[in-house]
Design a protein around this ligand. Structure first.
Ligand code: TRP
Length: 334
């Protein structure tokens, strides 16, 4: 379904990804990109400045994200890999899209609504601390997508609405000029990807402080894994593996045979919590150690990564220029 298609993946350089992000979002995005005829993979740094105002922090997050994708197997010879702010046509296209973006769309967009809700809960004025970047975020995201004639945008469920807004804006422009100036994108939600629980059983999330770190050293990973919640049942007591947190996390990483082995051991009272935590630790380290080496290499040699990003921008810009020209010709009647 992805052959002959243009897929576009965007990622905001905020937060340090954890194991759950890596297994549940980053790896699947890289794999999907490999299946597509054309894959655009970009770092959405214009989106990030709405929330992060410290350039040193921004830069560090951007480095991390870029290196994580490369470490995870993104192939910059196949995927066009670039930084959003290196493509000046994107903000230009955004400006044109504004003229076709009903303000009501922005009022209804999740990110803005969530920020308003938070203010209300805190007893603050609705728009307290909300900047126009956040408010108009979906139009910039529409430009990210429409600039590259994208067929498919792989997203998490929270981003579906944004792709629909991009479609609506493109549809409005096409209808107005009565031609296909912009290609209508579709979203794709992969229902099969792992949702990795955190060490306390809730969804793994930095805000809950329940993460297994990604590319930290073995000691840090071990510490997180050995803090996974367990109960006080003795090893000999036969246990249903379902619902045992270590086993649930193991599901997203173990081979079927390994999962079977852990399940049997628990059912037969032959494996205790210490054993299964060690099994999980081995599997996590096996999964990430090669990528971690690459990650550390790229972080230490970021000039090489920067060069890849510049190469990516060189490939992306002609496409962006072509879209911008098409739009300007139509909008300004040139
Ligand atoms: N909004 C996305 C997120 O928060 C990131 C993003 C920006 C994006 N532009 C995009 C994703 C374009 C896909 C396509 O995760």
């Amino acid at each position: 379904m992805f052959e002959e298609k243009t897929i576009l993946t965007g990622v905001k350089p905020t937060g340090t990804p954890h194991l759950g992000n890596y297994l549940g979002a980053i790896k699947p995005a890289i794999e999907l990109g490999k299946k597509a005829s054309r894959h655009y993979m970009f770092i959405a740094d214009y989106h990030a400045i709405n929330a992060e105002k410290d350039p040193a922090v921004l830069n560090e997050k951007l480095k991390e994200i870029a290196c994580i994708y490369l470490a995870g197997g993104l192939d910059p010879n196949h995927s066009v890999f670039y930084r959003q702010s290196d493509i000046p046509e994107i903000p230009e296209i955004t400006t044109i899209l504004y003229a076709y973006t009903p303000k009501g769309f922005m009022n209804k967009a999740h990110a803005y609504k969530a920020a308003v809700d938070k203010n209300r809960e805190a007893g603050k004025p609705d728009d307290d601390g909300i900047n126009m970047g956040l408010y108009t975020y979906p139009t910039l995201m529409a430009a990210d997508i429409l600039t590259f004639n994208t067929d498919i945008v792989p997203v998490g469920k929270d981003q579906i609405q944004h792709v629909e807004i991009a479609r609506d804006i493109a549809g409005a422009i096409n209808a107005h000029y009565n031609k296909e100036l912009l290609h209508l994108p579709e979203y794709y939600v992969d229902e099969h990807v792992a949702v990795v629980p955190g060490i306390d059983g809730r969804k793994m999330s930095k805000s809950y402080g329940n993460v297994i770190p990604l590319f930290e050293d073995d000691k840090a990973i071990k510490k997180a894994i050995f803090s996974i919640k367990t109960d006080s049942r003795p090893m000999e007591e036969p246990k249903d593996p379902e619902g045992i947190l270590v086993y649930e996390i193991y599901k997203s990483i173990a081979t079927p045979a390994e999962l079977q082995e852990m399940g049997d051991g628990l059912r037969q009272g032959k494996l205790g919590y210490g054993h299964i935590k060690n099994m999980l630790l081995d599997a996590v380290i096996r999964e990430i150690s090669e990528a971690r080496e690459k990650y550390n290499y790229y972080m230490a040699h970021f000039a090489e990564v920067e060069e890849m990003l510049q190469e990516g921008a060189k490939k992306a810009r002609p496409v962006a220029q072509e879209t911008l020209r098409r739009l300007k010709d139509a909008v300004f009647g040139r």
